[in-house]
Design a protein around this ligand. Sequence first.
Ligand code: PXL
Length: 281
Amino acid sequence: MKRILTVQDISCVGKCSGTVALPVISAFGAECCILPTAVLSTHTAFTGFTFCDLTDEIPSIEAHWKKENLTFDAFYSGYLGSIRQVQMVKELFTSMRREGQDPIFVDPAMADNGKLYTGFTPEFAMEMRTLCAEADLLVPNLTEAFYLLGKGDSYRTDLSRGETEDLLKELAEIGAGKVMLTGAELHPGRIGALLYDAKTGTFDLAETEKLPAQFHGTGDLFASAVLGGMIAGKSVPDAMALAVDYVAEVMKETLADPDHVWYGVNFESAFPWLFRRLYGN
Ligand code: PXL
């Protein structure tokens, strides 16, 4: 069985980061090991959340894994809480990955809707850029793309297809082999993801109908589903297309639930759909 290491926080309530990566990657039939970078009472879109930083645990956890000769088939980072933590995760990935194997997957989870999440600064974004340079696949949303390029202030949503492609090429110049822009809106009434492969210079687009709602945590869900698909043996464009469809299905399930909440999506309710797509009836 393939084993993935994901490094991100555990937000006890609010379905995001670690509490999404774990079940979603498991659903794709891979083992998901989590290195929690912090424990929060809720994610940071709530007010008054608690935050217990676990950065100082990272070196001893890594040392133990090395002593036990434990290896991982892929590395996946998401929300990281501080500049120092980004530096340590970069060091962890590069020292634990086996030469020429074990892809690194970076979701620079730090911003959305034109704004950095609570607690982040443009300096943090520049440090995140150095982790993105190590990535085989980088999965930013549009806001994160602007911040990674040092131009958060110029964020706009009305980019043409040509401008969006140029943005992805600029991001690839940071060093990532492939860049997948999430939440791409390139046609009226449609939403999806645009993938750029720097090696071949090619683009792939996956789209679905845009639903009249936005929920917290869909970026983390999308990233986990893409990685899950890749680990299950799909090509990157196929994994992207499946993840776009899965997130759309999750949004429909969430909207159909009269008790749905703003701070997390009903990703569990779409597991039967996902299993049918992955494993047949
Ligand atoms: O969904 C990204 C995310 C992950 N983890 C924490 C967050 C957020 C976004 O706000 O606050 C703690």
